[in-house]
Design a protein around this ligand. Structure first.
Ligand code: DGL
Length: 361
């Protein structure tokens, strides 16, 4: 620098140079951050209540994705984020058509080189189902993280902002690559296949009781301790790209004094598959068993699941599945067995092949 310039000018130029280098380094660092797209579908994470103490009785699906992103400026420290409002619904209204639209959008985005991961914000009521549907239909190893909240953003200690921040940093992480679709709430990382909503209203509602969570998010970093042993995402045989609809599969529930009325009505309405969420290890009440056998004779595929929530539904345990030509759900809940059977029926109606899918996914 020339020595005959006034000191003040020299110092100004030096400061400007330092700022330019700092900004350049920030821009460079920002550019190095992964590109994560947030697909918003509604739910409590996008909900609002009448007061800060309203944690039940609020309205879900009222806040748009741009507002959700603006409410968490820290997102820009962990990823380059874009948002899309795919739907704006309470998730009890999620349908097969919504799932097909969402899966196709996810696959289109993940095929783009400028998208490194995806976060889906979702109501918690059917979050585990959407996550598992995507676990079977996403055709990429890039991270896909489904996130929700148990309290609306207007509530004291709302969990949505931190859950969204954690989900984005997880979707931006190298550690999440190839792990299948993940569910991240309450600082925990769960597999889409095994997680379920276990409490109607508390922030720790999502659990994987016996098979266990995959890891934690702590101090803006994901820590994995396990991985699923079942095939998922790019390794499944299911391709929804050309599907306009899914086969109708319904669930009937077992309980004391149950009769065949509900089952017969669903079969008469055209169900192609029935999941029987039985008591215990999938036991069949005599009257219902008769109706299931009749449904099987009409070509309806029957899967025996359990209502209890944990454990292996053993083939040929409480019923002779070989003789009845039924399928055993293994460790899938009834609501997840329905998803796998729907996708299986897009490929085959052979019950031996379908049983193998329940041992594979
Ligand atoms: N209506 C419920 C839903 O959209 C609200 C529950 C929630 O999102 O936590 O799933």
């Amino acid at each position: 620098m020339s020595h005959n310039l006034p000191d003040r000018l020299v110092r100004t130029v030096q400061t400007l140079l330092a700022c330019t280098m700092l900004l350049g380094s920030y821009a460079g660092a920002a550019e190095k951050l992964a590109h994560v797209t947030i697909l918003a579908t509604g739910g409590t994470i996008a909900g609002s209540g009448a007061s800060s103490t309203t944690t039940v009785g609020y309205t879900a699906a009222t806040v748009g994705v741009d507002t959700l992103i603006k409410a968490v400026p820290e997102l820009s420290k962990v990823a380059q984020v874009k948002g899309e409002q795919v739907f704006q619904i309470a998730s009890e209204n999620m349908t097969n058509e919504h799932w097909l639209t969402l899966a196709k959008r996810v696959n289109t985005l993940l095929a783009q080189p400028d998208v490194d991961g995806i976060v889906i914000t979702h109501g918690t009521d059917t979050l585990e189902e959407t996550a598992y549907f995507l676990d079977l239909t996403v055709k990429s190893r890039k991270p896909v993280v489904v996130v929700g909240a148990m309290r609306p953003g207007t509530a004291l200690s709302a969990d949505g902002p931190i859950n969204l921040y954690n989900a984005v940093l997880l979707a931006a992480s190298k550690e999440a690559v190839g792990k299948g679709v993940l569910v991240a709430l309450n600082d925990q990382i769960h597999s889409a296949r095994d997680v379920s909503k276990t409490n109607t209203s508390t922030p720790d509602s999502f659990k994987t009781p016996e098979l266990g969570l995959l890891g934690y998010i702590q101090g803006s970093k994901p820590y994995f301790y396990r991985a699923s042993t079942r095939k998922h995402t790019a390794d499944t045989e299911f391709d929804v790209s050309r599907l306009a609809s899914l086969p109708q599969v319904d669930i009937v529930y077992g309980y004391a004094n149950v009769g065949p009325v509900a089952l017969n009505a669903l079969v008469a309405a055209g169900a192609k598959g029935i999941i029987h969420a039985g008591v215990g290890d999938g036991s069949l009440a005599a009257t219902v068993k008769t109706a299931l056998v009749a449904a099987r004779k009409q070509g309806v595929v029957i899967v025996r699941a359990s209502r209890v929530g944990q454990g292996i539904l053993a083939r040929n345990g409480e019923a002779n599945d070989d003789e009845l030509d039924f399928v055993a759900a293994d460790t899938l809940s009834a609501q997840k067995a329905r998803i796998l059977l729907m996708l299986a029926l897009t490929r085959t109606s052979d019950t031996k092949a379908i049983q193998q899918m329940f041992y594979t996914y």
